[in-house]
Design a protein around this ligand. Structure first.
Ligand code: MN
Length: 289
């Protein structure tokens, strides 16, 4: 059965972090529609005022955050002791697990700074797993060239090309696809996996439905999907198997029950939140839900 368009979400202006103007494609109010995915934010501006305040030290637990820089740079540091810069084309796959405290600070950029952050939920049995940080630099992401299509394989496999992000807590496919006008992307999918697109630029169609720039496109269940480019089309194609577990979401922490959320915030107050640390930042203030 061919997948069709189930819902389209236009990304909405949202203020996040210490005052970053970004666009939210989906989030808290869409649970559990995108299960196992929780949120997708698209940040991008030519004006540093819109992003320079960044996301200072804050905690996460129970999720993974996946940050993909299209252009520009984000400096990061975390309680595992990782520090570095995510550059244009690089990707950071961060598993918060039992708890991480990190910061993500965009650097002033001459031109359009643009990136995407996806939140992936962790299954109940993995919520308190060891935190893990993976930085993938752009040239480690294999690119499949197919006539007038460019397929960047970040997680999952296209033909014999395996993406660099493997050994995931939840099986996920994450592709960055560019098609020339008139070209098609045809993909076989698990029938009941959640599959969606985020249109970075251009326009296209799925069956009779038009898909346009800066929209999230959630697909119906089915074994395959065909995406046609109406002009030069760039989109993320993301799939994952739904967890079908209760979601208790408090700001940067997503657990299964309210009691687990309360426990997390109690540990933050008491300074016992981080279970595995390199260097824990001191005298910081964190976002609260
Ligand atoms: Mn964060």
């Amino acid at each position: 059965m061919e997948r069709t368009v189930k819902n389209i979400f236009k990304s909405k202006p949202t203020l996040e972090g210490a005052g970053v103007r970004l666009h939210r494609v989906f989030g808290y109010h869409q649970v559990p529609l995108f299960d196992p995915f929780l949120m997708l934010d698209h940040f991008g501006s030519r004006n540093p005022e819109d992003y320079i305040k960044g996301f200072p030290w804050h905690p996460h637990r129970g999720i993974e955050t996946v940050t993909y820089m299209l252009t520009g740079q984000v400096e990061h540091g975390d309680s595992l002791g990782n520090t570095g810069v995510i550059n244009s084309g690089d990707l950071q796959w961060m598993t918060a697990g039992s708890g991480i405290i990190h910061q993500e600070m965009p650097k002033c950029y001459d031109g359009l700074l643009e990136g995407l952050q996806l939140w992936v939920n962790l299954p109940a049995e993995k919520k308190m797993t060891q935190p893990r940080y993976r930085g993938i630099i752009g040239n480690q992401i294999p690119m499949v060239q197919h006539e007038d299509a460019t397929l960047k394989v970040i997680a999952g496999k296209i033909a014999d090309t395996q993406g660099p992000v493997t050994d995931l807590m939840v099986d996920i496919e994450y592709f960055d696809i560019t098609l020339s006008k008139g070209k098609e992307f045809i993909r076989t999918t698990n029938k009941d996996s959640t599959a969606f697109l985020y249109i970075i630029s251009g326009s296209g169609s799925i069956q009779e439905t038009t898909i346009a720039s800066h929209h999230g496109v959630l697909l119906s269940d089915g074994n395959s999907v065909t995406i046609t480019a109406d002009d030069m089309l760039r989109f993320l194609f993301i799939t994952g198997q739904p967890l079908k577990e209760p979601v208790a979401w408090g700001g940067p922490i997503v657990m299964n029950t309210e009691a687990e959320l309360q426990q997390a915030f109690k540990e933050l107050d008491e300074g016992t939140f981080v279970k595995t640390s390199g260097s824990v930042p001191v005298s910081t203030s964190y976002y609260r839900p």
